[in-house]
Design a protein around this ligand. Sequence first.
Ligand code: PLP
Length: 463
Amino acid sequence: MAGPLKNLPQIQSLIDEPLISLIVTQYSHSETVDALRAIIGALRSSFLADGELSLPDFSSAAFAASVAARVEFARRPSLRAVINATGVIIHTNLGRAPLAPSAIQAMQVTAELPSNLELNLDTGKRGSRHDHVERQICKLTGAQAAVVVNNCAAAVLLSLMATASGRSVIASRGELIEIGGSFRLPDVIAQSGSVLREVGATNRTRLSDYEAAIDETTAVLLKSHTSNFKIVGFTSSPKREELARLAAEKGVILIEDLGSGVLLDLSPYGLQDEPVVSDILKAGVDLVMFSGDKLLGGPQAGIIAGNREIIARLKSHPLMRAVRIDKLSLAALEATLRLYAAPFDPFAQIPVLAMLSEAVADVEGRAQRLVHALAEAQWVQVEVQPSIAHVGAGSVPEQGLPSFAVACHVDGYSAEQVTAKLRAYQTPIIGRIERGRVLFDMRTVRESELSIIVAALHQIQDA
Ligand SMILES: *Cc1c(COP(=O)(O)O)cnc(C)c1O
């Protein structure tokens, strides 16, 4: 060891320091050793970089506190709350839909206490977990029956396995989607044990294409919501009513994978292309499936609604057990669905719907308050600017929501450096970069989060 580096203590001698040995007792030997190694390693690197070695007092309380802080830091949870300042309301990477307070409370109670998850309280006999939300879903969608599974991907797989295994599924070439995370419809159809018959062209599929493809092997006509892309221009596809009539005539099942699936008309809020579940069932679709944590605004879940006989087949399918919804999600889903009926106002109480329906003037007000809170900070330039927010998670591509953002430049730092520092903040803040500046889109930021953004920006400057 060269020169001053000789003065760096051995790890064991540090462990023997009375205050450090307390940390060993409080946490563990291996975590304390890891923290000490990191600290000594940093001292060595900084000496090698600038030739100076300033050693702390290794027996001091301040040094012990820095070791404990490092152990705590290493112990911080991997899955943590972040601030979504992206303007994407249902952000796939940020956990999709935030839950309503009543849904969170329902999860808490169900987590803490035993429940009648699979007990029929009327008879005292075994009940079914499916019973808890079926009536609510039927009421809200007009379906004869419904069942809920782990997520919409599981809903598609289960539905095809139970209806089309060993037979064929007809789908339009324009609807053979990949959802992300390698969930590709053709692969799912293959996994279900059924054979895909593609019909039509990417941009146009006619009713006669479906009709010509139906043969004695056909079990299902599968329609999918092209939720994360849009084909524009010279396009056509048959109406649901026409497909439903054809399916009924030929004795096959019409299934629609809706992905997002909304229970209420969102066109007053500028979202024109999201079909409402009850309209789809009214048009004659036999089975429709959609996610619980997209525009519904609830927990991760896959909701399947439609024909009673087909739903009964799904409930008794052997795969059901493997894809069933867990009790916490079920509790949150029941509480979320309740918010769709009187006396509640879903647009006020379900965070996803509240965010997308918030008046743009209110969004702008939040942007102005953030700028105001940073007015005294000379080292940061902030400015309110119009922005386009998005629903996200493959819901309603193209359609943007008017919004306002705060654009921000911190003296001495590039936008990339600022976003990296904000991600490393104790409550990570996720914004986006536009033309060299960091943008915080206020449609997805809560009032209570403004002060955290201010504190995080101050910390960049103080560092
Ligand atoms: C999002 C989506 C799915 C998958 O839903 P998960 O809840 O993520 O499993 C399936 N189909 C479509 C059309 C989707 O948009």
